[in-house]
Design a binder for this molecule. Structure first.
Ligand code: ZN
Length: 255
């Protein structure tokens, strides 16, 4: 399976997943034109659209893509299907549902918090995490609460360290600035900030980063690291993981 990262809007990413027969799935098409350009460039046939959640900057291209490509499978969570808030959705997914693409089984995780219908798709050692897990950060908690979001991130943290992360936005450099404020003096965070700067200077996305690197540097996956606990307690957190996570997330909202 090949993955093509497609920059959309100002800092969003959509992704084309392409199998050996040049069939493609698009993840989170926030707008149609750059996705159409990638389909054309890669010479592939679009067969399905996978959504991580219902926000406009992830679903905005669905209508135009469905109009242009005919019968497409449009997958999102069962929650979002019930709410009717993803255009043209044909199937509602729950954790544990079976799905496959390009000869790979796809695992689904329900990861509520950013929205109550947020899901992640895991295929071929890659996770499409939407706005829940970012590289070096996480999304805002809009519909759930802090402990819920922390439990969702805990599910993602359990994936193998080699898992590659493909998320909804290029926020990596800003996230690493915040990470450095939470853990001053962290050599791992400093090294990653240099890496991100050199990747972005070349105009490339930071997507495809390894989960193992997140575990050392992403404050939103480090609620049990002494440095992060200390930082959270200075901000009023109690001992439990949800409270520690919540204090850090609230600090990021104001950063
Ligand atoms: Zn979102």
């Amino acid at each position: 399976m090949r993955i093509v990262t497609i920059p959309c809007l100002s800092d969003n990413y959509a992704y084309l997943l392409i199998d050996d027969a040049d069939r493609a799935v698009v993840v989170d098409p926030s707008e149609a034109p750059p996705v159409e350009a990638a389909i054309e460039r890669e010479g592939v046939t679009l067969s399905a659209i996978w959504l991580t959640h219902h926000h406009w900057d992830h679903v905005g291209g669905i209508e135009a893509l469905c109009d242009a490509h005919g019968e497409l499978e449009v997958l999102g969570s069962a929650y979002d299907l019930d709410k009717g808030r993803i255009p043209r959705q044909t199937r509602g997914l729950r954790e544990g549902d079976g799905l496959s693409f390009a000869g790979h089984d796809v695992s689904l995780l329900e990861i509520p918090g950013h929205t109550l219908g947020a899901i992640a798709y895991i295929i071929d050692g890659c996770v499409f995490s939407g706005d829940t897990l970012f590289i070096a950060g996480c999304g805002r908690v809009f519909e759930g609460d802090m402990p819920m979001m922390q439990r969702s991130l805990a599910k993602l943290r359990e994936l193998p360290g080699e898992t590659r992360i493909y998320c909804g936005h290029e926020y990596t450099q800003g996230n690493l600035k915040f990470a450095a404020a939470i853990e001053p003096g962290s050599a791992a965070i400093e090294a990653r900030a240099k890496w991100a700067a050199s990747v972005r200077d070349q105009g490339e996305p930071t997507m495809g980063a390894k989960l193992a690197d997140e575990l050392d540097t992403n404050p939103f996956l480090r609620w049990d690291a002494p440095e992060v606990i200390e930082s959270a307690k200075e901000r009023g957190a109690s001992d439990d993981a949800g409270s520690i996570f919540g204090a850090i997330r609230t600090a990021k909202d104001k950063f």
